[in-house]
Design a protein around this ligand. Structure first.
Ligand code: IVH
Length: 607
């Protein structure tokens, strides 16, 4: 399950429309649906032959929790699809939520019974859906709106609007406030209307979702990273509050960056109690001129970390002094704090601990990242255990995790570590000794290499050995290896520099080799091999007339081809449009096959 990019203003909404039209090369207007963005929990519910067979939460997008039993208790979710003509298999996506009245009643009952109350309807819905006992869930008046679908065995609509109608006819609730608009002005009007309706809805919404109505266009627009190009979430303005800045603490991140964190007098913003806010860096503190003791204006938008917007000059205590950023790291090494530099050597606003891997905070933060859900996802190895094992000296690098079984006897001597918990922990570790290449890469915690980039790199290199061999070359700044990395989709200068810097460091190479020796790293899912262009390296040059460059690239990659920006001996195919110049010339000289856009489209079966 993917997510949506955010828009915050009319300009952002207009830019979204412009982007869609640019991508599709359209002169005319585009129709969109504008739907309330329900503030609940997204859920995917699979129907086979019209029967509900499985339900899952979003989780990390790839793996969620199985909530079939609990979802089956929600009366607004049909056990059997109504009407007719539903695809044999369909995954319905939508939002589980709790209305305002139901939320108030639930909290009142909890309070009367002396139990914990929920901060907002969304948390209450999440808590209710995750109940271990479906009988408890059944007593919570959870509701559901359907708005999308995942896998379908056969297409069932031509537009989003038609799809919503179908979902309604199959027995789902669809937000009545949704509307279909015919152009960019319609997007703005729909937002205004929704903002006006918001207080009267009886349930929480946090914005408006805009979606390109035509599904064939959605298909062409495709996705970037984890979000579709065909949709965007226009968020309502953030909520603000005033509170007092009590202290500024410095946190050391995984990459050694020192982040000032504001400790605040607790305050409720948009239904959530906020006690901390990030201050980003020293320059931000100077820009805001915030001092300890100041009354500050705080903003919280959706799930975003709360931000300090400004201070209130009239409320400043007489003795407040400007904040002095520390010159030494708060880590036990008390290393000197240095300014971070970019690839080109320019100073940035970030201050870092110069202790690198010798710095215990960085080490711990690296390990924390390594075991996190989207990386190695090691069950039973949480924050407490990491800190404890690190203090004991048993765990200072990722490979140590896989040697922890040697410490079985010592583990058993620890407080609160019985036979079962030690066995569970070691089993949790063993379960990850075999790992997917993308998780391995992501787990290394290299700057700028997030989950999506890790997947791209894993697919690009295929195996851990190929990956590491390539990285060694990148670290030596081998031109061909750097070009090869650059050719991977969505990988650019920052990633290349970060990879080069990471693997240039002997200590890091040793940590990685040590880790690799403990693991079986699975080869990445191979790109498609059963298409006419699978495995081929393709270069697009000149202007394309039936699709945009981005679209051509996305299509080629979907079919298992590799798209490169430059022609070399390794190029299999050059697709040349009008105005092609030097690349076409090189291709002809090298004897590389050249074809027109139309020939390409018929080759890939899209003509
Ligand atoms: S469509 C590719 N429509 O917003 C994602 N999402 O940021 C397609 N949401 O995870 C999602 N109301 O939990 C869609 N009318 C709506 C929605 C909606 C709420 C949530 C959903 C999703 C998140 C996207």
């Amino acid at each position: 399950m993917l997510s949506l990019d955010n828009a915050f203003s009319d300009e952002d909404a207009l830019e979204f429309d412009a982007r869609v039209r640019r991508f599709l090369k359209l002169e005319g207007e585009v129709s969109y649906t504008a739907e309330p963005k329900i503030d609940g929990l997204s859920c995917s519910i699979r129907y086979e032959k019209g029967r509900l067979v499985q339900a899952a939460t979003r989780g990390d997008g790839r793996v969620g929790e199985d909530v079939t039993a609990n979802v089956s208790t929600i009366s607004e979710i049909p056990q059997r699809l109504a009407g007719a003509h539903w695809p044999e298999v369909i995954e319905i996506r939508g939002e589980v939520y709790l209305g305002h009245a139901e939320f108030a009643a639930l909290n009142a009952a909890a309070e009367a019974a002396g139990q914990k109350t929920y901060a907002n309807p969304r948390n209450a819905a999440a808590g209710s859906l995750r109940q271990i006992d479906p009988k408890v869930t059944a007593q919570r008046p959870l509701r559901f709106f359907a708005y999308a679908w995942g896998y379908v065995s056969a297409p069932f609509a031509e537009t989003q609007w038609e799809a919503l109608e179908k979902l309604r006819s199959w027995g789902f609730k669809v937000t009545p406030q949704s509307r279909c608009v015919k152009d960019a002005d319609g997007l703005l009007a729909a937002y205004q209307a929704m903002e006006a309706e918001r207080p009267h809805l009886g349930f929480d919404i946090d914005g408006v979702v805009y979606k390109v109505d035509r599904l064939d266009w959605q298909q062409r627009l495709g996705f970037v990273s984890r979000a579709p190009r065909w949709g965007i979430a226009r968020k309502f303005p953030a909520q603000q509050a005033r509170t007092v800045l009590e202290a500024i603490d410095i946190q050391v991140g995984r990459t050694g960056a020192l982040t000032p964190v504001a400790r605040l007098t607790p305050v409720t913003v948009g239904g959530v109690v906020v006690t901390n806010a990030t201050l980003h860096n020293a320059d931000e503190i100077a820009r805001l001129d915030v001092r300890i003791g100041d009354t500050v204006i705080l903003q919280r938008a959706g799930d975003v970390i709360p931000q300090i917007l400004s201070h209130v000059p009239e409320e400043r205590p007489a003795d407040a002094t400007p904040y002095a950023f520390p010159h030494v790291c708060p880590c036990p090494l008390h290393t000197e704090v240095v300014r971070e530099t970019t690839a080109s050597g320019a100073e940035t606003v970030v201050r870092r601990c110069s202790g690198e891997f010798a710095c215990p905070f960085q080490k711990l933060a690296h390990l924390r990242h390594f075991v996190s859900r989207r990386a190695f996802d090691i069950e039973g190895l949480g924050e407490k255990q990491l800190v404890l094992f690190n203090e004991k000296g048993w765990l200072t690098s990722p490979a140590d995790i896989f040697r922890l079984h040697e410490k079985r006897d010592e583990l058993l001597e620890l407080d609160r570590f019985g036979e079962t918990s030690v066995a569970n922990l070691l089993a949790g570790i063993e379960a990850r000794r075999t790992i997917a290449l993308d998780r391995f890469i992501y787990g290394l915690g290299i700057r700028h290499i997030g989950e999506t980039t890790a997947v791209v790199m894993a697919r690009g290199y295929g195996s851990v050995d190929a990956f590491l061999a390539a990285m060694d070359k990148v670290a030596e700044r081998d031109a061909e290896a750097m070009q090869e990395l650059d050719d991977l989709d969505q990988i650019g200068g920052a990633v290349i520099e970060a990879a080069a810097a990471f693997f240039a460091e002997a200590h890091n190479r040793a940590v990685v080799q040590d880790l690799k020796a403990q693991l079986t790293v699975l080869d990445a899912e191979k790109p498609k091999t059963d298409t006419a262009v699978a495995g081929k390296t393709v270069v697009f040059t000149g202007s394309l007339e039936r699709m945009t460059r981005d679209e051509a690239k996305a299509q080629a990659e979907r079919l298992g081809a590799k798209v490169s920006g430059s022609v070399s001996k390794k190029t299999d195919l050059v697709v040349a449009g009008p105005g092609a110049g030097s690349k076409l010339k090189t291709a002809t000289e090298l004897g590389v096959q050249v074809m027109t856009e139309d020939e390409w489209l018929s080759l890939v079966g899209a003509a």
